[in-house]
Write a protein that binds this ligand. Structure first.
Ligand SMILES: Cc1cc2nc3c(=O)[nH]c(=O)nc-3n(C[C@H](O)[C@H](O)[C@H](O)COP(=O)(O)OP(=O)(O)OC[C@H]3O[C@@H](n4cnc5c(N)ncnc54)[C@H](O)[C@@H]3O)c2cc1C
Length: 431
């Protein structure tokens, strides 16, 4: 049986260990930190990500720690609705779409690894510094630390060590280079009563002057009093570069005032930001798509292979797909080096297209279109400046590109409701 080393116990490395275990392997994960903590804020697990979690056999556990996405609504800075669509099973997909805290999801995978593979499957405090490979295997080196070997010998090495991957940087030294996009992200969580149906993702604001905001709940009844933990992210252009660190804490006051005039019937956005439990600043950093992932006995998965802007939930979900494909290839193909090549062949070009597409606005472009066509003012009738059919075409293309083609029998999907004023209230459904 192949003796496989995985570097990194993030969601990618842990899910890979579970997928490999399903195929009869018993890999070892080397994680740089001594103790895993549930770090991060929210992630959006698309229907194809929920499919992967289901196949790993953790759907029930996942449902218990996450919130089902019911609908997705787009608003201007004045709280006027641009577009809405249903999510997951409500749209006719075979799986749910769900929102979860990144750290809670990581701990769910970690608990499953310990249960299924045993505690010895994860070596904590083992920070990989590099490796060399020869015809018979790979020797992996670690920083000196108590209880951690200086080096270990394995048949294969999988780099699942995230955006600053040591494994990737050794394979492709030029990949260390990165470029600040000029966009800063404030990522926060607030404990608050559920809004609307308790499963709505909101896309708010104007991306030009105010900043673009996304809001969604990630945990039900987080305090035993029925409140939800709600995740929100604000992107703003033209900010000086900050460090690329997921744990950079800042004050909500830096951003809250920008949303004082954005009032929805069901959420006071400025207040939600001011009441945040924690807020982090994170810069959007460009990393070019990689020209190669597999080099002999070494390959990459997750953010190490395809670091992308943390928009739209594709980073984590694509990592889960990597895990399935890699485990399948290792189980099916006799020559492990050939298996790593086939894994790359099945994945790299497809994911690189998402990396590039994620640099653009994706479906958030609809808010910029409305802002430009309305001159930044409240509109009288959205249909005259941005017909629903035109808007719908943008969403159809986005879902197709991300590998989530809408089901043929989805029925009416795009809709508009005017929350702006009673007089304007109307509802249109197409398709
Ligand atoms: C602390 C943290 C918080 C995050 N928060 C969010 C968030 O709020 N929202 C979001 O969308 N995405 C977040 N991400 C990124 C998100 O987890 C990834 O985009 C996605 O889950 C893919 O995960 P991954 O396992 O490939 O990488 P990661 O989640 O980055 O995991 C990489 C793992 O490798 C370990 N590691 C790194 N270098 C070494 C080394 N040299 N030797 C051994 N181990 C090493 C790290 O400690 C980490 O556990 C966060 C990542 C981190 C590390």
């Amino acid at each position: 049986m192949l003796n496989i080393a995985i570097i990194g116990a993030g969601p990618g490395g842990l899910a890979l260990a579970l997928r490999l275990h399903q195929k009869g392997f018993k890999p070892t994960i080397y994680e740089g930190v001594r103790e895993l903590k549930p770090l991060g804020v929210g992630v959006d697990i698309k229907v194809y990500g929920v499919k992967e979690i289901t196949e790993i056999g953790l759907l029930e556990e996942f449902q218990a720690i996450s919130v089902e996405a019911i609908d997705s609504l787009f608003f201007t800075r004045y709280g006027q609705m641009i577009y809405g669509e249903k999510c997951g099973k409500h749209m006719g997909y075979p799986h749910e779409q769900r929102f979860v805290h990144r750290g809670t999801l990581q701990m769910m995978f970690y608990d499953a690894v310990i249960k299924r593979l045993g505690p010895e499957a994860v070596v904590h405090g083992a920070r990989c510094t590099g490796f060399e490979q020869d015809e018979t295997g790979v020797t992996v080196h670690f920083e000196e630390a108590e209880g951690v070997p200086k080096s270990a010998r394995h048949d294969l090495l999988i780099g699942a060590d995230g955006i600053k991957s040591v494994v990737r940087n050794q394979l492709i030294p030029s990949s260390e280079g990165s470029h600040y996009s000029g966009v800063a992200m404030w990522r926060g969580v607030t404990v608050m009563p559920p809004f609307r149906n308790g499963g709505t993702i909101l896309h708010l604001g104007d991306p030009i002057a105010q900043g673009s905001m996304i809001v969604y709940p990630i945990r039900n009844n987080v305090d035993g009093k029925g409140n939800q933990l709600v995740n929100w992210v604000v992107e703003q252009n033209g900010k000086p570069k900050s460090i690329e660190d997921w744990n950079q804490r800042v004050s909500p006051d830096e951003i809250a005032h920008k949303f004082d005039e954005t009032k929805l019937d069901f959420v006071d956005v400025g207040e939600m930001i001011r009441n945040a439990r924690e807020v982090y600043l994170y810069p959007l950093i460009d990393r070019d798509p990689l020209p190669q992932w597999s080099f002999g006995r070494v390959t990459l998965i997750g953010d190490a292979a395809h670091a992308m802007y943390p928009r739209g939930g594709n980073g984590l979900c694509q990592a889960l797909v990597d895990c399935r494909v890699l485990a399948e290839k290792l189980a099916e193909v006799d020559d492990p080096i050939e298996a790593l090549e086939q894994y790359e062949g099945a994945r790299r070009e497809f994911v690189n297209r998402i990396v590039i597409a994620n640099r653009g606005e994706g479906p958030e472009v609809v808010r910029r279109i409305v802002e430009e066509r309305s001159g930044g003012k409240p509109f009288e009738d959205i249909e005259t400046i941005f017909p629903l059919k035109e808007c719908e075409a943008i969403f159809l293309e986005y879902h197709r590109m991300a590998g989530m083609q809408r089901p043929d029998d989805a029925g009416p999907v795009g809709f508009r409701e005017t929350f702006f004023s009673e007089d304007q209230a109307r509802k249109t459904i197409v398709r």
